[in-house]
Design a protein around this ligand. Structure first.
Ligand code: ADP
Ligand code: MG
Length: 140
């Protein structure tokens, strides 16, 4: 079933000039961008996006990191996009990510781990709507 998921190329990966490589990995896995936006995420925007993690000890550090530099926010479309994108990203901790994953290639540590990906259809719906109005999603 064709699905859409939200991806973010985080500030650490943008800083490393890895945008092109990461988008190439999405496309190589059959995850086609249907929306792309580069932005600086204000801290309150990062806090709203990661609201589910509000109680976690790393919440302040994580949202400060996400607001620390430009990010690229994308909507990816493809068959079973949510799970296949999570598989392509690799484990949250790049040290545990297997070869061939984005986090293995570009992540630095468990916090600066290069990319974000929605983890369920409900999360994907919320996260896509958080950054993109419906009319910004192109048909392909
Ligand atoms: P994922 O991004 O793999 O879905 P989580 O949803 O659990 O992981 O966490 C959201 C983000 O918070 C992670 O991508 C990472 O940037 C950061 N994070 C997760 N766990 C930790 C931790 N133990 N210490 C610092 N940052 C963390
Ligand atoms: Mg998550």
């Amino acid at each position: 079933m064709s699905e859409r998921t939200l991806a973010i190329i985080k500030p650490d990966a943008v800083k490393k000039d890895a945008i092109g490589d990461i988008i190439k990995m999405y496309e190589g896995a059959g995850l086609r961008p249907v929306a792309i936006r580069m932005m600086r995420m204000p801290k309150p925007t990062a806090e709203g996006f990661y609201a589910v993690h509000k109680a976690r000890p790393f919440f302040d550090s994580l949202t400060t990191f996400m607001a620390s530099g430009p990010v690229v926010v994308l909507v990816l479309e493809g068959k079973d996009a949510i799970k296949r994108h999570r598989d392509l990203m690799g484990a949250t901790d790049p040290a545990k990510a297997v070869a061939g994953t984005i986090r293995k290639a570009h992540g630095t540590n468990i916090e600066y781990n290069a990319v974000h990906g929605s983890d369920s259809p409900e999360t994907a719906r919320f996260e896509i709507g958080y950054f993109f109005p419906e009319m910004d999603l192109v048909a392909r």
